[in-house]
Design a protein around this ligand. Structure first.
Ligand code: SF4
Ligand code: SF4
Length: 370
């Protein structure tokens, strides 16, 4: 890939070029004390010079004073809400005065959108969701329409959070595929490269020059330091056999006593795709909507079958989540369902850490739970 230097002062030129080509530009902004993806027009709306501190059950922003635009690691949102919407009406029906029902299609009107600031872990998660929702082949039309509308500008992570472990899952901290353009932020600005034809055309339109050897070396060292900074890890092998052999491990009960079954972990997880469906009629009874919305393996309804909640106890829900995500996911999608973003650790209100739970399950003596 050809590399270019985008000087720091030219980041606005990149945003302007994206705004000319796409209906919306979505990038990082600070809202309610967290970095989220939202529409942006100007660099000044981005979290410049802001970093975040993350730990189990903790997320705080602070000024870094370094003037970097992408010095933060990740916020609670990944790309998931942009493609797999939290709630979609999948059909609508109206009854007329003669009692006849008319059904209407509810496919989303999508506008093209360029997203800037996407991390390697979230690109991997999107690839997994592409597989699940059948992007391009046998597609889920709601997902597919939104997915097709995206142009992705990735940014390599220079400062992973203490909760990140994407290196151990093979998904970061450098973005390697699934983007149109990728950026590595260095002191002088950004090293930019294109992975798609439309990404190359956009970079060509900026008439950038090549970086010098010192810039390339700075980026290389920064990437190595980001790997070395990761404090957590998951075993990189397929854990299906290990976890299935420990379904009666006492650790499940222990974590079940801490877990609130709140579902925060599944909401922030960029790969979780479970949803439920329901109907909502208006008060006149003349119109009804059938919707789907995000669900979680931590809810009662998720395992409700024929009048019985199969996983009534919290520890069974946590076990379902972990054993599916890290075990049987391999059978469905050829890899684990965890991309190491660490969100479920930071946003768990009681600070449950899946890397710690896996370590305990694999190393602690297996006393059968009562
Ligand atoms: S399981 Fe946790 S660390 Fe893994 S992808 Fe989901 S939110 Fe990220
Ligand atoms: S593990 Fe944490 S975030 Fe997930 S359901 Fe339990 S308490 Fe909520």
């Amino acid at each position: 890939m050809i590399e270019y230097l985008l000087p720091r002062g030219d980041l606005q030129r990149l945003l302007d070029a994206l705004r000319r080509e796409y209906n919306r530009v979505i990038g990082p902004r600070v809202r309610d004390g967290a970095i989220v993806f939202d529409e942006i027009e100007k660099v000044s709306q981005m979290p410049v010079g802001i970093r975040e501190e993350q730990a189990p059950g903790r997320y705080r922003l602070h000024d870094s004073g370094d003037g970097r635009s992408f010095g933060w690691a990740n916020g609670p949102q990944a790309l998931k809400p942009l493609t797999f919407a939290p709630r979609d009406v999948v059909w609508r029906a109206t009854r007329n005065d003669q009692g006849e029902m008319r059904f209407t299609e509810t496919l989303p009107e999508t506008q093209t959108a360029a997203v800037i600031g996407v991390r390697g872990c979230d690109l991997s998660a999107m690839h997994l969701q592409d597989q699940h929702f059948g992007y391009r082949e046998y597609p889920d039309h709601y997902y597919n329409r939104r997915r097709r509308a995206l142009f992705l500008v990735a940014v390599d992570c220079a400062n992973p959070a203490a909760t990140c472990f994407c290196h151990s899952t093979g998904d970061g901290p450098t973005a390697s595929s699934g983007f149109d353009i990728s950026l590595t932020e260095i002191d002088a600005g950004f090293l930019a490269r294109a992975k798609s034809q439309r990404g190359q055309e956009l970079l060509d339109s900026l008439a950038l020059t090549a970086p010098d050897a010192a810039h390339v070396e700075e980026a290389r060292r920064q990437g190595e330091a980001a790997v070395a900074a990761q404090q957590r890890a998951l075993p990189s092998r397929n854990l299906k056999q290990d976890l299935f052999a420990r379904l009666d491990h006492a650790r499940w009960k222990a974590v079940g006593e801490r877990c609130l079954s709140c579902g925060n972990c599944t909401s922030v997880c960029p790969t979780c795709f479970c949803h439920s469906e329901g109907d909502a009629a208006d008060i006149s009874g003349q119109q009804v909507e059938h919707f789907r919305q995000w669900d979680s393996c931590f809810t009662d309804g998720h395992s409700y079958i024929h009048g019985w909640v199969v996983r009534g106890a919290t520890h069974l829900r946590y076990r379902q989540w972990l054993v599916h995500k890290l075990g049987s996911w391999h059978d469905q999608y050829g890899r684990s369902g965890c991309v190491g973003c660490g969100r479920c650790i930071a946003w768990c209100p009681v600070g449950i850490d899946l890397t710690e739970e896996v370590h305990a399950l694999l190393t602690e003596k297996q006393d059968a739970q009562s």
